[in-house]
Design a protein. Sequence first.
Lengths: 201, 605
Amino acid sequence: MGMLHNLADLIKIKKDKMTILVLGLNNSGKSTIINHFKKPGDQSAIMVPTVGFMVEQFYSMAGVSIKAIDMSGATRYRNLWEHQFKNCQGIIYVIDSSDRMRFVVVKDELDLVLQHPHLCNRIVPILFYGNKSDAEDSLSSVKIAAALSLENIKEKPWHICTSNAISGEGLGEGVQWLVQQMRFAMLSNKDASKAKSKHTK
Amino acid sequence: MADGTPNWLHVEMEDENPHLTTLTSCMTLSDVQGDGYIRLLAADISLEDEAYEPSATLKVFRGLKIKQEQPLPGIPTSIESLYIDETEPKTPVIAVAIAESVLFYRHLKPYFKYTIPALDSDDLELEVWRKLPVVQADTHNALLESLKGIDHAKLSRKSQRLLQLTEAERPAFIKTHRDSAVGRVGTIVIMCCIKRVSSDANPPSHLMLATDTGHIFILEPQGFNLVYQGRTCSHETAVPSLLSVQGTYETDFCIVVATRNGGVYLLRKSNSEGQEIFKLSKPLTGLLLLPIDQTILASTMDNRYQCYSKRGKLLYQVQLESLPVCILPLTMTHLGITLVAVALRGGAVKFFLQRYQVDEFVLEETVDAMLYGRMGMEDHVLTLVTQSGQMIVKILRRVSRFEPRAEALAGRRLGASDNKLIDGSSILDKPKKSSIFVEQAAREKQQAKATYGSFQVELWRLRHTAARATINAINSSESTISGDLTHAPVKLSAEVCGSGPAFRLYLTVQNLSTFKMASNLTVLLHADRRHYAIQQTLSRLPSVLPGIPLRMDFEVVAVLDPMDKLPPSSLTLDNSLVRVMLMKAGQAKPLIAAAVTMPQSEAAY
């Protein structure tokens, strides 16, 4: 029975709901990105700053049901982020690639996220969106990665891609990577827990 | 701070570092485009280029990049961004104070120019200017000499300029300026904003202007009317150098002005002439009126950071290592505190929470100008401009907390010795002398004799009046039955027993009324001290009931000469009296005043 269950897990992983946390500073385009993933009928035309957080449900192109927690990026709501760290399988970190002044804040907040005890010992894939690629002084993904010194993130899989949340450019590619990584992470986590349970027996 | 990470995140500058020469007052943050992105506006004053006159440019930064530039017609003293009305969408107006005018820009386009009212000039100066164009050139010198008699600061600008010119240049200057008005206009030295009413989202504001003639105006920027006119103080020489305002125009506000001489004056909405709160011997470099605790902070040239109450009491002071160049309040609404940033010469920037230093960072150069507030999308951005024109941007970490260090608090509890050292040399707390006090003190000194004489005359006159009133009161009640109808009638009879020198005086008090009780009575005996000694001269009586007589006795001893055992010679039959007064509590006049004649005393054995 147990083996059958494992098999089912392998095949029907799409039945699982994956929880993604969408983080980033205010005005970086988090809600706009989520809005783009929603069904055409549900999309809203005007975006307003998120208060607290919003929970959105959508299916990725691979057919995986994704629950996205769209956190507010406003300074006074950023302390709510850490409450969602425990039950998330993936993180999307949205960066306004044209707001060069605030890169230092982006980096500071990212460090706080990575150092949090609920995340530092788990394998949680992080996807960076260098958003607003259409803006005139936007930076390339390589430059953003250098500015945020992403190469120092060793224990978590990460990926950066430029995106334009208004046109939807670059969004799909990123989510595809994230879903794949989350699958790996879940499997390896399960293996790890299985190994652990065997070991204790 | 505890975990070693700084409270301020340093923003890395891009390759093309903007060069800026400016002052704290010439920097402001504004949503100029009305798109919700707050830009930094600064007047870049170029003084280096010797070949040209100093000029200024208004630069608009989006983030760290210069987006727009606008040449200004002069060197500004201050730049403010304000909202003038409630209409949506709200667009800010940029006010630039240059010399005697305020230029208003809307969407960075010139929109209005306001010039402060001219002051009346001296009659003599008017007369001179009437004569100058018509008289011969050789009489000009005499006229100019008469102009020099007037205080230079009170002359109009064209007269001041004329006095500087050489004789050859004068006729041409007089010819071109013969018809221009001889007005004296003050130069705006400080400009700041005051909110009209208190509300959160970009309330409309008024402009506060201080001129070098000591006037303080509040300009209402919709109709460009002056709605408040005040003066720093009654004398002309008080030139404001620093100003800080708190409150709202509609309810109440408080203005603190520091002058170039070191005096600090307080003006209120109800009081348009400044009152001196305190005076410092050293010039001030910064002045702040804090919003919550309403204390006045001053940084001075003798490296001190001082805090005063509005009454001028020194609350605390901190000795700094070097000269404070500029100070800036940082209101952190999310923490509910107001920090004060003090930039010192040498590049250190210190942050104070009340008297405690809570943070510090050191830059390579002295900071000349500071600006704090919402910039771009970030709420707490500190922009610093150094002496060489380098712009440094720091952003407050979200997780930063500012608390005084434990050892600072502990040191304070023990009564830190270095604090005491400073306190010792502080200003003496002397009482305020009113003009009437000074006047009277001077008069007393000059006419001491006459003052003393007239005081003595008045004193004797008072004593005489008092004595007369006493005699009258005693005489009018001289009977054995009280005549006061409002109280129970009381009868007093006396009897003297003994042959001397010790006598016993028996008094009987009888209440003649049938139903009223006589209460709160006191008996007082009075005799000449030289003749009779009475052990007990005063006795409180119990309530006297109707019909029951109250008897009491007193010992009266006649005074005898110890040598010849005879009564003193001054004792005659007429004055061998003991006065007995029956008094009721709360009444000045005795009910009964009787005189008991004492028999002649036997000689003592």
